[in-house]
Design a protein. Structure first.
Length: 350
């Protein structure tokens, strides 16, 4: 290799990291894919707009306003102290962080992640708590998993309920293991509950109006990512079909990128066990689209604070694998869970 080529490579590596080059390649690929299939991208965006208008905004926006309102008003003051101590002993989180995780478990993403960021901005939790807690606070909501997935796609509320419980169990298991590993490297801390008065800087009606304004900005970010990934996945699905890849491969790719599209594709597979396994993985992993939403919401709340998202991404991958393993074990022990509601047949085809 000539000296000129070596100098060129050194100059390139000094300006661009491997991650920068990978991002550049992926960006060019996405651009070419969408330009080549512009009509398909437009129709996919139309479907994304309908999804935002009919499902995402009505089911998510009120929770985002109320959760932010409660966190800013000091909601942890109203939680039982024994419950907060349980979060400290099992998971190593302060009361404010554990309240945000509980809200995320009920309301779904990005409510839990935003509540964690708000608690960090108030000084109620540490930066390490925020980075470690993001994965635990960012799970699909009970309404989405039980109603949209269980009832609408699988025809079984029982299926959705078990899936929701499995997602929460995998999140709890990851939290237990991560705290066992983390506390060996940290000095023992003692948490105290928040004071009995809410913050003095924002009170009354101003607290509500600020919550609505902030939730609206976050809602726009969420919808923007849904629209982009709707266009991308519509074009990518056509490319996978054109290349002749198997349905299972295409479904797995959808599960990696987008939660709702991946779960919808998994529900249409012929093999019920594979369909259930991929559905559980998608619910635990949540998809790159959701991860981008979480990162954008955190950056918008924390602003100039430099956060590390390695723990979040590793945690979501671990939760996806744990959720799929637990879900597969449950179906192996109780295969009748896959049956639609009202069915009396206990025989499963596999």
């Amino acid at each position: 290799m000539t000296n000129a080529k070596l100098m060129g490579r050194k100059r390139l590596s000094s300006h661009f990291s491997a991650g920068d080059l990978l991002f550049l390649f992926f960006s060019i690929f996405c651009l070419c894919l969408i330009l080549r299939n512009s009509e398909l991208a437009i129709s996919s965006i139309h479907r994304g707009l309908l999804l935002c208008a009919r499902t995402v905004i009505p089911s998510l926006f009120p929770f985002m306003v109320l959760s932010e309102w409660m966190i800013n008003g000091g909601i942890e003051r109203f939680f039982p102290k024994k419950l907060l101590l349980l979060g400290e002993k099992l998971l190593g989180f302060s009361p404010s962080a554990f309240c945000a995780i509980l809200l995320g478990a009920v309301c779904g993403f990005p409510v839990g992640a935003k509540c964690l960021c708000l608690a960090y901005r108030k000084g109620s939790i540490s930066k390490r708590e925020l980075e470690r807690g993001l994965a635990l606070a960012s799970n699909p909501s009970s309404a989405f998993l039980i109603s949209a997935v269980g009832v609408s796609l699988w025809g079984s509320r029982r299926f959705g309920t078990v899936l929701y419980a499995t997602v929460l169990a995998s999140s709890l298991l990851y939290g237990l293991f991560s705290w066992r590993f983390q506390k060996k490297r940290e000095p023992k801390r003692t948490f105290t509950t928040s004071p009995d008065v809410p913050p003095q800087n924002v009170r009354g009606v101003r607290l509500f109006t600020d919550s609505v304004f902030s939730a609206t900005a976050s809602m726009l970010l969420v919808c923007a990512y849904i629209l982009f990934f709707s266009a991308l996945m519509g074009c990518l699905g056509m490319l996978v079909t054109h290349l002749g890849a198997s349905t299972a491969v295409g479904t797995g790719l959808f599960c990696i990128f987008e939660l709702s599209g991946g779960i919808s594709a998994a529900a249409g597979l012929q093999d019920p066990m594979l369909a259930a396994w991929l559905t559980a993985f998608a619910a635990g992993w949540s998809g790159i689209s959701v991860h981008c939403q979480i990162l954008s919401v955190c950056d918008s709340v924390c602003k100039k604070e430099a956060l590390s998202y390695r723990a979040y991404l590793f945690g979501k991958l671990a939760q996806g694998l744990l959720c799929s393993l637990l879900f597969g074990l449950i179906f192996w022990l109780f295969p009748q869970i896959l049956l639609p509601d009202g069915s009396q047949n206990t025989g499963i085809p596999w």
